[in-house]
Write a protein that binds this ligand. Structure first.
Ligand code: CA
Length: 501
C-alpha cells in the first residue's frame, strides 16, 4: 500500500514537473479575438452608452463564445464618438468609465484566461490635444516639431498654426512627426503606461500604412522600433497591426517584428471567403484550397495571420452572404474558424448583425434583448436594423447562428492543429470540396471542407490520404450529418469534417 502511495506521489510530482512545458505548448496556439466598440456594447449605468463595466458584465458571454482575447476599440479621451483622435494618451474617456473600471475589467478577464489589447492610434492625435494646441499657438512651442509642417498647401495637409500641417485623414487628426526622438520617447512612455502600470496585454495598431504615407520601408522601420520597444517593456505582449492593403504589401509589412497583421484579403464582399461562397462559383472547394495555399506561400512563416470577415470599418458579413441564407452565413464563419492564425470577430457578428455604408451604421448597438437594453445609436447612424433575433432569442434556439458559431469555435479549439498547424492542400478530383492536412507538433489532421450549397460524396478514388477516423464534424443544417464509411465521405451542403489517424 505504502509502495503504491509512493509511486502515485512520484507520478504526481513528475506530472507537476511537466506542467510548465504543457503551459508553454498551449501558449504557442494563437489566441482568438473579439473586437468590441465599447460605446455600442453594453451599458452598465443606464446613460445609454456602453462602458467598461458593461464589458466586464459580459465576460462570461464572451468566454462562452470561445474567445480568449478581446480588442477594445479606442478608450482614451477624445472629442469624437469613435475616439480614434486622442486628446490624452494616459487616461480613460469618462464616457466609458474610470481607470479603476479598466483595471477591474483587466483583472476579471485575466482570471478567465482572456487577454485584452487596446486600440492605439499613434499616426495622429486629436487637433484638440494640448500638444497640437501648443504647436499651433507658437512656432517656438516645444511641440512644434511634434507635427509635420509645410509653407504651401499640399495633398494631405490642412491650414493651421500659420502654415499647413500634415493631416492625412481629416483636419481634426494632425499626423505626429514620428521621426522626432521626443515623439518616439513619448510613445515608448505611453506603451509602458498601458502595458505595465495599467496591465494591458498589447495593442492593435491603427493605420500603420499612414505612419509615412506610401513608404513601406520607413513604416516597417518604425514598426520594428515600436515592436522592439513594446516587447522589451513587456515580454509576451501581443501587437496586431492594421495595414489595409493587398496580400503582397501585407506580406512586406508582416516581415517586420510586429506579431500579427490583419489578413484583409480574406475579409469583406470581395474577399476570399465571399468569393469562395459566391453563387457563380462552381468549384468552391478548389477556390478555398487555392486561397489557403496562396496565404501560406505569401505570408512570412513567422507571422501570425489575423483573418477576419468584418470589422468596424467594413460592411458586415451578412451583407455578402445574404439575409435569407443563414446556412451560407454560418459557413462563412466556419471557413474563418478553420483558418490558421488568431482569428478576429466583430461584436454582433455572432448573431448576424448587419450594417453597411456610413461608418456609424457599422457600429450600432449590440442586440442583447430588445430596444430597452440597446445602447444609443452612434451619431450619424442612418440605419438601425437587425437581420436576426437578439442574443436572448438566439440562446433559446439551438439552431441559431449564435449556437452554431460556438460549435465552430469548439471544433477549432479541440484541434490545436487548425489554428497553429502548417497547411498542405491535398489534390482532390472533387473540386467542390477542399482537403487540407494540418500538422502541429507531430500530429496530423485532415480537414475536409464543403463550402458548396449541395451535398457532395467523396470516394476514395477522389483523393489520396490515410485518415481512417472521423473525429468531428459540423453541419449548418441540424437535420443532416457527415457520414464516413470505408473511405467514402458524405459531406452535406456547407459542412466541415476533421479526420484523424
Ligand atoms: Ca454607460
Amino acid at each position: 500500500m505504502k509502495k503504491r502511495l509512493f509511486s502515485m506521489l512520484l507520478l504526481l510530482s513528475l506530472l507537476l514537473c511537466l506542467l510548465p512545458a504543457a503551459a508553454a505548448e498551449t501558449e504557442a496556439v494563437p489566441r482568438d479575438w473579439y473586437e468590441i466598440f465599447v460605446r455600442s456594447y453594453c451599458d452598465s449605468d443606464g446613460d445609454g452608452l456602453g462602458d467598461l463595466n458593461g464589458v466586464t458584465q459580459k465576460l462570461d458571454y464572451i468566454q462562452s463564445l470561445g474567445f480568449n482575447g478581446i480588442w477594445l476599440m479606442p478608450i482614451m479621451p477624445s472629442p469624437s464618438y469613435h475616439k480614434y483622435d486622442v486628446t490624452d494618451y494616459y487616461a480613460v474617456d469618462p464616457e466609458y468609465g474610470t481607470q479603476d473600471d479598466l483595471r477591474t475589467l483587466l483583472d476579471a478577464a485575466h482570471a478567465r484566461g482572456i487577454a485584452v489589447i487596446l486600440d492605439l492610434p499613434v499616426n495622429h492625435c486629436s487637433s484638440e490635444h494640448p500638444w497640437f494646441q501648443s504647436a499651433c499657438a507658437s512656432s517656438d512651442s516645444p511641440y512644434r516639431d511634434w507635427f509635420n509642417w509645410n509653407e504651401t498647401p499640399q495633398n494631405g495637409y490642412s491650414e493651421g498654426g500659420g502654415m499647413y500641417y500634415e493631416s492625412r485623414f481629416v483636419d481634426t487628426m494632425p499626423d505626429l512627426n514620428l521621426d522626432n526622438p521626443a515623439v518616439r520617447e513619448e510613445i515608448a512612455s505611453i506603451l509602458d503606461y498601458w502595458l505595465n502600470t495599467v496591465g494591458a496585454d498589447g495593442f492593435r495598431l491603427d493605420a500603420v500604412t499612414s505612419f509615412y504615407t506610401g513608404q513601406v520601408p520607413r513604416n516597417v522601420e518604425f514598426l520594428n522600433w515600436l515592436a522592439d520597444t513594446a516587447h522589451a517593456l513587456k515580454p509576451g505582449c501581443f501587437l496586431v497591426a492594421e495595414a489595409w492593403e493587398g496580400l503582397n504589401t501585407i506580406a512586406a509589412y508582416a516581415a517586420s517584428r510586429i506579431d500579427s497583421f490583419f489578413t484583409f484579403p480574406v475579409s469583406q464582399a470581395e474577399g476570399y471567403i465571399a468569393k469562395t461562397l459566391g453563387r457563380a462559383n462552381r468549384h468552391p472547394g478548389r477556390s478555398w484550397g487555392e486561397y489557403t495555399a496562396l496565404l501560406e506561400e505569401t505570408l512570412p512563416p513567422e507571422t501570425v495571420p489575423a483573418p477576419f470577415t468584418e470589422n468596424h470599418d467594413t460592411g458586415r458579413t451578412v451583407g455578402f452572404t445574404g439575409r435569407s441564407d443563414p446556412g451560407k452565413t454560418k459557413m462563412a464563419f466556419s471557413l474563418l474558424a478553420t483558418m490558421r492564425g488568431g482569428l478576429f470577430a466583430y461584436y454582433g457578428q455572432e448573431i448576424g448583425m448587419v450594417g453597411s455604408g456610413e461608418d456609424p451604421n457599422k457600429r450600432i448597438g449590440m442586440l442583447w434583448t430588445d430596444e430597452s437594453e440597446t445602447t444609443l445609436p452612434p451619431p450619424g447612424a442612418t440605419k438601425l436594423e437587425y437581420a436576426y433575433p437578439s442574443v436572448r432569442d438566439q440562446e433559446a434556439d439551438p439552431n441559431s447562428l449564435l449556437h452554431y458559431y460556438r460549435r465552430a469555435m469548439e471544433l477549432r479549439h479541440r484541434f490545436p492543429a487548425i489554428a497553429a498547424g502548417t497547411s498542405t492542400v491535398l489534390p482532390c478530383d472533387e473540386d467542390r470540396l477542399c482537403l487540407i492536412i494540418r500538422e502541429y507538433r507531430g500530429e496530423e489532421i485532415l480537414l475536409v471542407v464543403n463550402p458548396s450549397a449541395s451535398p457532395v460524396q467523396l470516394f476514395p478514388a477522389h483523393y489520396s490520404a490515410d485518415f481512417p477516423t472521423l473525429a468531428a464534424s459540423l453541419c449548418t443544417d441540424p437535420d443532416v450529418a457527415v457520414l464516413f464509411r470505408q473511405g467514402s465521405l458524405r459531406m452535406p451542403a456547407y459542412s466541415i469534417a476533421v479526420l484523424t489517424k
